[in-house]
Design a protein around this ligand. Structure first.
Ligand SMILES: Cc1cc2nc3c(=O)[nH]c(=O)nc-3n(C[C@H](O)[C@H](O)[C@H](O)COP(=O)(O)OP(=O)(O)OC[C@H]3O[C@@H](n4cnc5c(N)ncnc54)[C@H](O)[C@@H]3O)c2cc1C
Length: 471
């Protein structure tokens, strides 16, 4: 018997891969999935009406790389191929990504030619960053660094402030000055450390095999490659994805229990662990796959394994305010994916997604404003109301996008501790946790966004890897 803790994408994917690897044949394993809330999907939540889809969590998925292609394989397997809505390179949402600096919106360079041109807010063409990298002496023998420090050192302050910092806000609502360089630029950092610079490392390794896992590709994954999809969404909302996984698990006899908040794990020996929930029920299983956030898992293992709990608690999380807005009439916005606001602008908002440009099935204009993140408490305190966040979001879009109308409909959600922050030392911490688990023969695998990547593709791929390691 095995139990999966948490029914977000990490937990559902773990169930999917246990089934796929035939680890649940009748005599081998009975599988439980235990979810604290009354629905599966975790942060993925879509509100669908006849006029719009409001995504309260994620909305787009990247199709590229091993992890992206792996997700597409899963999508096809679940019968979701015709629900997918790709954004191809010529689409405005792929070409136009904006940043808001010095009271105006600027288009980020997206073509080879634009790298040679001076585009505001940058004071020089981006190609100069390559010269900075070549001139700059490496800072050697570093185990880790912040992504901001690394980019500032190798490519200059403007790239760190106007390209990387907003990108980090867009991906994890975090502060690039705290996030590990290995979060996005592990290879570039290794090139600096081994070869003395990024360009030097690129030249020296360009003919070496990449070492990425090789996957057998589904027709859907091949189509995404041929058509060069930039990102994709799911028609009717991304929640269709966890719903399809949930149905798949149910049809295959996984025992899914909602409203089952796990409060303690008692490890008996290397193949027995007792899972205890808030209603006092106990379940004895041979293995636990924990996909709940690291801070929640820390509470479950703290009694027996304080060093593991301490390390789990060291992963910080940020809170994000989400304001979805629907205007029945079309508003005059630039066709684009949306805009991000660099932290040096000191704005209450992190950015705005132009949903009616990048998602299908939207009438009128649909926008999503993201607020706070790493700066949530600093900007809004502990007790900000949803109404206050709506007013702040409206004030910002009125001034930045010149939208004068009140929205026809809106929805506000405060997502408490929703995104883990891979701060300096994160990867070493996760190594420590997995070593601790191995050394103490604990029958538990850790999956989900707290450990191996914060995006949808990473969470799914992490589940696949952890299941394969236990097989
Ligand atoms: C606002 C936002 C926007 C995002 N945008 C994107 C995007 O555009 N593209 C992208 O790729 N990724 C995006 N992400 C990231 C993506 O949503 C996550 O990687 C993914 O949803 C995480 O899934 P998970 O299963 O690891 O965690 P979660 O979704 O947190 O699921 C964990 C589950 O565990 C349950 N749980 C917690 N404690 C217990 C307990 N004690 N007992 C039982 N159950 C418990 C919770 O109720 C929850 O259902 C975004 C995330 C957020 C928050």
């Amino acid at each position: 018997m095995a139990a999966i803790l948490g029914g977000g994408l990490g937990g559902l994917s773990t169930g999917y891969y246990l089934l796929k690897n035939n680890l649940l044949t009748p005599n081998a394993l009975k599988l439980y999935l235990l979810e604290a809330s009354n629905s599966c999907g975790g942060w993925i939540k879509s509100i669908k009406t006849k006029d719009y889809v409001f995504e309260q969590g994620p909305r787009t998925i990247r199709p590229k790389g091993t992890t992206g292609l792996n997700t597409l394989n899963m999508m096809q397997d679940l019968g979701l191929s015709e629900h997918i809505s790709p954004i191809t390179p010529e689409h405005p949402a792929a070409k136009n990504r904006l940043i808001y600096v010095n009271h105006s919106l600027h288009l980020l360079p997206s073509s080879l030619i634009s790298v040679f041109q001076t585009k505001q807010p940058f004071s020089k063409p981006l190609i100069y960053a390559a010269f900075t990298d070549l001139k700059q002496k490496p800072k050697k023998e570093m185990k880790d660094d912040s992504i901001y420090n690394f980019v500032e050192r190798r490519f200059g302050k403007e790239i760190a402030d106007y390209a990387i910092s907003p990108m980090i806000c867009g991906i994890c609502a975090g502060d690039a000055k705290e996030i590990s360089v290995k979060f996005l630029m592990k290879t570039l950092f290794e090139w600096e450390q081994s070869y003395g610079g990024v360009l030097k490392g690129f030249m020296k390794t360009m003919f070496k095999p990449s070492g990425e896992d090789i996957l057998e590709l589904s027709d859907l994954a091949k189509r995404a490659q041929e058509e060069k999809w930039n990102v994709y969404t799911i028609k009717g909302g991304l929640a269709t994805f966890p719903s399809a996984l949930y149905e798949h698990l149910k049809t295959n006899n996984v025992a899914i229990q909602m409203n089952s908040k796990i409060e303690e794990l008692e490890f008996i020996d290397s193949s027995t662990v007792v899972v205890k929930n808030a209603s006092g029920e106990q379940l004895k299983v041979n293995h636990v796959y924990s996909s709940i956030p690291s801070h929640s898992l820390a509470q479950l293992v703290g009694k027996q394994h304080p060093p593991l709990a301490e390390c789990l608690n060291e992963i910080p999380f940020v809170t994000v305010g989400i304001v979805n807005l629907f205007f029945a009439t079309r508003q005059p916005i630039t066709p684009a994916f949306g805009f991000l606001v660099p932290p040096i602008e000191n704005s209450p908002i992190l950015g705005v997604v132009f949903d009616s440009c990048c998602m299908p099935d939207q009438n009128g204009t649909v926008l999503t404003v993201m607020l706070g993140g790493r700066w949530f408490k600093e900007k809004f305190g502990d007790n900000v109301s949803e109404q206050e966040l709506l007013s702040i979001a409206m004030k910002e879009i009125q001034s930045i996008l010149n939208i004068k109308e009140q929205p026809t409909d809106s929805h506000v959600n405060i997502l408490e501790k929703c995104i883990p922050q891979y701060v300096i030392g994160h990867y070493e911490r996760v190594d420590f946790m997995r070593k601790y688990i191995r050394n103490h023969n604990l029958p538990i695998s850790i999956v989900g966004s707290s450990y191996d990547g914060v995006g949808i593709n990473d969470v799914i791929f992490s589940a696949k890897k952890q299941v394969e390691e236990c097989a």
